[in-house]
Design a binder for this molecule. Structure first.
Ligand code: SPV
Ligand code: MG
Length: 290
């Protein structure tokens, strides 16, 4: 079964899928082991991995290479964050072919101008393209996919840009009419009110996606109560969790002038061997090295 079909089936069966961000095959493997339904190949996380801000500095090739490595290291479906689609509808057509072949199950395309500015930054320059232009990008993405199961998710940044609920709803419906399989509604309000208001008013037929980073109290119970959300993306928790762990351990090593204090608080090397699949290598050596 294709990963795209797997993702569609998971939503149909469970009603809601939990998608965890990853910036590397290692983080994707850990997300799979923890029990998530899919992986978010996050532009924010990959930018941060390179020590860069998420403002369209990472190239499509860099993101695609990481997505390919992630997709081949996990059995979970991967949802690709392709930002604004790397240009106009022509660039989107090219990107869809590349991402589908690289093993993505879905893409999320957002209606901001290129280069974009990361959504959650205070006072960020948030400019949207005309709705008609973005509808053309969605139509192009739908026309370019080779499998009907491959999901094209349209993300509106209307709330992030301060354009209000009416414009966000209008854009969501226009993107659905253009062929989007789902609508991602993003908000940076500190409480769920803004997104909950949008979801209650949503009259479209396609399900919604949210990224509740700014309003973390929006848990599964609250999401399910709204009935229209089929996917929740945890947008940056892999890079934040690893940053927390590294900051803590690095500071202790410097303070202790050695690694003796942290040794029992971090996973043993054997655990990394397990994740890397060293067991398999030992078996293959026994079988094939002569
Ligand atoms: C990402 O993870 O790259 C996202 C989500 O697009 S956010 O950073 O919240 O915009
Ligand atoms: Mg992003």
């Amino acid at each position: 079964m294709s990963k795209a079909k797997q993702l569609r089936d998971a939503m149909a069966e469970r009603g809601l899928v939990h998608i965890m961000a990853a910036h590397s095959p290692l983080s994707a493997i850990l997300a799979e082991e923890a029990g998530f339904d899919g992986i978010w190949a996050s532009g924010f996380e990959l930018s941060a991995l390179y020590g860069l801000p998420d403002v369209s500095l990472i190239s499509m090739t860099q993101h695609l290479d990481m997505l390919r490595a992630i997709a081949s290291s996990t059995s979970l479906p991967v949802v690709a964050d392709i930002d604004t689609g790397f240009g106009n509808a022509i660039n989107v057509i090219h990107a869809i072919g590349q991402y589908e072949r690289a093993g993505a199950a879905a893409v999320v395309i957002e209606d901001k101008t290129f280069p974009k500015v990361t959504s959650l930054i205070a006072g960020g320059r948030q400019e949207l393209v005309r709705s008609e232009e973005f509808e053309g990008k969605i139509r192009a993405a739908v026309a370019a996919r080779t499998s009907e199961d491959f999901l094209v998710i349209a993300r509106t940044e209307a709330l992030i840009a301060g354009l209000g609920e009416t414009e966000a709803l209008r854009r969501g419906l226009a993107y659905e009419a253009a062929g989007a399989d789902m609508i991602l509604i993003h908000s940076k309000q500190k409480t769920p009110d803004e997104v909950e208001g949008f979801v209650r008013e949503w009259a479209g037929k396609v399900p919604l996606v949210i990224v509740p980073t700014a309003y973390p109290e929006m848990n599964e119970r609250r999401i399910r109560a709204l009935r229209k959300i089929a996917m929740v993306i945890y947008g940056n928790h892999a890079i934040r969790a690893s940053t927390t762990a590294m900051q803590d351990v690095f500071a202790r090593v410097i303070k202790d002038r050695g690694i003796q204090g942290v040794n029992n608080d971090i996973v043993p090397v054997d655990e990394i061997f397990r994740i890397q699949g060293m067991e398999r290598i030992k078996k293959d050596e026994g079988l094939f090295l002569r």
